[in-house]
Design a binder for this molecule. Structure first.
Ligand code: DGL
Length: 267
């Protein structure tokens, strides 16, 4: 595999661009091809089998594009599909859950850790499993926040309604007195202000994007896959539907403008 090949990144929609943003900042020489499954978002309420099927289709497409490694930037897809994808494909694959768990364990002092995510992610208990592997006596409080992702997509990052919903969902975190809260969904980093105000300034909010990009860097080094050529990075964005929405909203997640989005129907 050539080290100048792109890294594949996929998510159910636009949220995974928060991971791409970190990758661009930490790995400026790496080319990236991003697939957002905007035709089939949200993955959160879907069954594990369906999410696995979608994840396989996307990974096969990215393999065909010649990626040297893959980042599953969707928490729900990581929860339901990561082990199967690692068995079925022959390039290194990183998800977002283990990096998020690692970052949480590194900062908690009281070992009371909260996790919020989609219904699928929370039901899978994937975060608890990873956190307890690293910190067996951690007390994990988990809560599905199904309405957060649609609120972010509507751009309602800090409205009165958003604050009321956040107070409701996050009440168990306040009662459990967590000192660390994992934002276990691609969309939640954009709601950091509201979430932080509800749980209190002392609670550390963990955004797995930074740690994921760090682990991608480590994985590339370990596999001799780093691209050492500067100014060689190319970025491609592919969506399964609504390229206009991708163009309009994508930059909120990416933090920089997107010039062009390709459209591809899968399944
Ligand atoms: N990307 C999903 C995740 O991180 C959130 C949106 C969805 O439900 O598809 O879990």
């Amino acid at each position: 595999m050539s080290s100048s090949a792109p890294i594949g990144v996929f998510d159910s929609g636009l949220g995974g661009l928060t991971v791409v943003r970190e990758m661009i900042s930490q790995l400026p020489n790496e080319s990236i091809i991003y697939f957002g499954d905007t035709a089939r978002v949200p993955y959160g309420p879907k069954s594990p089998d369906t999410v696995l099927r979608y994840s396989r289709e996307i990974t096969s497409f990215l393999k065909g594009e010649g990626v040297k490694a893959l980042v599953v930037a969707c928490n729900t897809a990581t929860a339901h599909a990561l082990p199967a994808l690692r068995e079925e494909f022959d390039f290194p694959i990183i998800g977002v859950i283990e990096p998020g768990a690692r970052a949480a364990v590194a900062v908690t002092k009281t070992k009371r850790v909260g996790v919020i995510g989609t219904a699928g992610t929370i039901k899978s208990r994937a975060y608890e499993t990873e956190i307890r592997k690293l910190l067996p006596d951690a007390q994990v409080t988990a809560q599905a926040c199904a309405l957060f992702a649609p609120l972010v997509e509507e751009g309602w990052l800090d409205s009165e309604v958003t604050r009321a919903i956040a107070r409701n969902y996050l009440a168990p975190m306040v009662s459990a007195e967590v000192d660390t809260l994992v934002l276990g969904c691609t969309h939640y980093p954009l709601m950091k202000t509201v979430i932080g105000n509800v749980v209190g300034r002392d609670v550390r909010l963990i955004d797995s994007a930074h740690e994921t990009a760090r682990q991608v860097a480590e994985m590339l080094r370990a596999n001799g896959l780093e691209n050492a050529t500067p100014n060689d990075a190319r970025y491609r964005f592919v969506s399964s539907d609504a390229p206009d929405t991708f163009l309009a909203l994508g930059q909120t997640f990416l933090g920089s403008p997107i010039d062009r989005v390709e459209t591809l129907t899968l399944g």
